[in-house]
Structures are given as structure tokens and as C-alpha cells.
Design a protein around this ligand. Structure first.
Ligand SMILES: Nc1nc2c(ncn2[C@@H]2O[C@H](COP(=O)(O)OP(=O)(O)OP(=O)(O)O)[C@@H](O)[C@H]2O)c(=O)[nH]1
Ligand SMILES: [Mg+2]
Length: 341
């Protein structure tokens, strides 16, 4: 068994990604890097160099704990959200809608420091993200395979599991924000639409801050499949209302795969928005390209930071945004260096 690697540099994810934040080709040359002996270690701590007298809030030199988990179970998620405020965000949508890719894109933007407002501050499910991202290691350059990530399969198929991300919100001084997202198989959503009796699986909706409904942008762009996509999203929103999604909970429609379409698809979701509004939800629609096949035209990660901003925004500003974003304007754009264009 080989020894484990650790780094005391804040934000460095070398333990999970193998990339040195200080850009040393050989991490051994980095002054923050250390390897430990091959002693077996508890599975939870990949990196544990917290300075004893460092404050809890981030400072440029503070290390932090990296957990090795794949996913958090329902009970873990509940206990985490008891200990601190956590944004609980179910991500729903049919198979292939792009749910997992949105989460992986958020993770990759975060660890590559390509978010303008949020700085990655750790995850209790790092291995889960790395496992999901392994098909995308060529991103953002190189030819992408047809299928970027595996179809989501749950270990225990009747209870949800969660992936965790923590960020420092740079718009608020030393403000840590924690998120728990579900990454559910698409069948959960189609079952919910078709069989009301499956609604009990979704009891966690009552605690959600926002619900993301992912709609396949490629199918929405195609006149042959468009109506089916719209109807499915409308049925889902009706079902969410029946299932007890509180009206104060934000409904966020993510239109995925923007890079597969020549034009904005926002005009095609007007009826979904109107239905949501009749049901009392202020629905915000965001076009995303989690991973773009044409990064020169549509940047990788389009709309992903806007999604995070919408989740944390006050409900009134989401409603305003929802009314104001009908023009189909492009969302947040990021270059590889992480600067807004
Ligand atoms: N062009 C393009 N294709 C995407 C994008 N996001 C996802 N895809 C494609 O859609 C496929 C399915 O994406 P997933 O994120 O796995 O979909 P999912 O909703 O998690 O699917 P299930 O886990 O089966 O429910 C990927 O393998 C890609 O081929 C995107 O931003 N652009
Ligand atoms: Mg998936």
C-alpha cells in the first residue's frame, strides 16, 4: 500500500485531482505538499492539515479537511443540515436530461477556480465527484465522447443520496455556503410523473430550498421531440405541487445542452413558466452547457454559476429575475482563466 498525499494550501485538491495548485509539475517540489507513510488511515481524511489556531472561516493559508465519501446517505444529509444551514437542492429530470453533468460541471468549475463569486471550500463527497468526472478528464479541450458520464444508479434504489459542496461566497465577507444536491436516476422522475405512489420517496422535497428541473435542450431544440419535453416538464411541476413542494421553494428550470442548439431555447419554455406561476411558483429558467461540444461558440459551464446564484438568491430577486430574463440573453460566461467575458 502506498502512502497518502496531503497539502496544507487552502483550496488545493491534489489529494483528489492530482493537480498541484501551485502548478509544480512534481508535487514533491511544492512547499505545501507532504506524503505520509503507508500506515492505514481512516477513510474520511485525505487531507487534514488544519492549523490549531486558525479561525474556522477561510483565510489564504488555512488548510481544511477533505472527505473521501462517494455520497451522503439521507441520514448523513439530515445530520449535516442539523449542524449548519445547508441549501438542499433536489435535481430532477428524465434520463439523459443532463442532471449529473450539471453537477460535475459545477464541481470542475469550482476546483479549477473558474467561478467568479464562489470559491471551492471542500466537499464531503469528493470521490463521488471524481468518479463522475473521470470520463471528462479531457475537458475542456479534446474530442468529447458521445456519453460523458455514466447513467446514474443508486446503491440503495429506494432512498436518495446526496453530493455535497461547500463554497465561500465572495460577495459576502467570509460567508461559507453549503449545498447538498441529489443525483438521482432519471427513472425517479419518470416514476414520479407516472405513478403517484412513488411520491413518498420524495419526502425530502419539503425541506428543499430550490428544486432543479432539468430539461434536455437537445430534445427541446428538435421540433419532433419539443412538445414531449415541454409536457413532461409541465407534468413534473404539477406533480411536485401535489407532492408537497412548498411555494417558497424556488423552481429552477435548467435547459441543458445549449451547445447543441443554434438559438436560445428560452421562448419554448414559456408555457412551463406560466403553469408554474399558476401553481404559485416563481420559475426561473437557465440555459446551461455543462460541457460544451463547441466551446468557441458556447463556453463550457455556461449558466452553471448562474444556477448557484439563483439557488442562493432571495426569493423576491428570483421572481424578478424570472420576469426579466425572457430575452434569451446569454448567461454567465467564463474563460479558462475564470474571468467573466
Ligand atoms: N452537448 C452536450 N451534451 C451533454 C451536456 N450535458 C449532458 N450531455 C449529454 O447527455 C448525456 C447524459 O447526461 P447525464 O448528465 O448523464 O444525464 P442524467 O440526467 O444524469 O441521466 P440519468 O443519470 O440517466 O438520469 C451525457 O452523457 C452527454 O452525452 C452538455 O452540456 N452538452
Ligand atoms: Mg445521472
Amino acid at each position: 500500500m502506498s502512502g497518502s498525499a496531503s497539502c496544507s494550501k487552502a483550496d488545493c485538491t491534489i489529494a483528489a485531482t492530482g493537480k498541484c495548485l501551485e502548478a509544480h509539475p512534481d508535487p514533491q517540489e511544492c512547499p505545501f505538499f507532504a506524503t505520509t507513510s503507508a500506515e492505514p488511515e481512516p477513510a474520511v481524511a485525505l487531507v487534514t492539515p488544519i492549523e490549531p489556531d486558525q479561525p474556522d472561516e477561510p483565510t489564504p493559508s488555512a488548510g481544511r479537511v477533505f472527505h473521501a465519501g462517494m455520497e451522503l446517505g439521507f441520514e448523513d444529509a439530515i445530520s449535516l443540515s442539523r449542524a449548519k444551514y445547508v441549501h438542499l437542492v433536489p435535481v430532477l429530470g428524465a434520463t439523459d436530461a443532463g442532471k449529473t453533468c450539471v453537477l460535475v460541471s459545477l464541481y470542475l468549475l469550482a476546483v479549477n477556480r473558474m467561478l467568479a463569486r464562489f470559491r471551492f471550500a471542500g466537499s464531503q463527497t469528493l470521490l463521488g465527484f471524481e468518479h463522475r468526472a473521470r470520463g471528462l478528464r479531457k475537458w475542456p479541450s479534446g474530442e468529447l465522447p458521445d456519453q460523458f458520464v455514466d447513467h446514474t444508479i443508486l446503491g440503495e434504489d429506494r432512498v436518495p443520496s446526496f453530493v455535497h459542496l461547500a463554497f465561500d461566497d465572495l460577495s459576502r465577507k467570509t460567508h461559507r455556503r453549503e449545498f447538498l444536491f441529489t443525483d438521482l436516476p432519471g427513472e425517479w422522475t419518470t416514476d414520479l410523473i407516472n405513478r403517484l405512489e412513488t411520491a413518498k420517496r420524495f419526502s425530502f422535497l419539503a425541506r428543499a430550498d430550490a428544486v432543479v428541473v432539468a430539461i434536455d435542450g437537445k430534445r427541446l431544440a428538435d421540433p419532433e421531440t419539443r412538445q414531449q419535453e415541454v409536457m413532461q416538464a409541465e407534468h413534473l411541476i404539477q406533480r411536485l405541487k401535489q407532492t408537497g413542494m412548498p411555494v417558497h421553494c424556488k423552481a429552477i428550470l435548467v435547459i441543458s445542452k445549449r451547445d447543441e442548439s443554434e438559438i436560445s431555447l428560452l421562448p419554448y419554455v414559456e408555457s412551463i413558466r406560466n403553469l408554474a406561476s399558476e401553481l404559485g411558483f416563481a420559475l426561473n429558467a437557465i440555459e446551461t452547457a455543462a460541457i460544451s461540444r463547441d466551446p468557441n461558440r458556447i463556453p463550457n459551464g455556461l449558466g452553471i454559476e448562474e444556477l448557484l446564484q439563483t439557488i442562493v438568491a432571495a426569493p423576491e430577486s428570483v421572481a424578478q429575475q424570472s420576469r426579466g430574463d425572457k430575452s434569451g440573453r446569454a448567461m454567465s460566461r467564463f474563460t479558462k482563466s475564470g474571468r467573466s467575458k
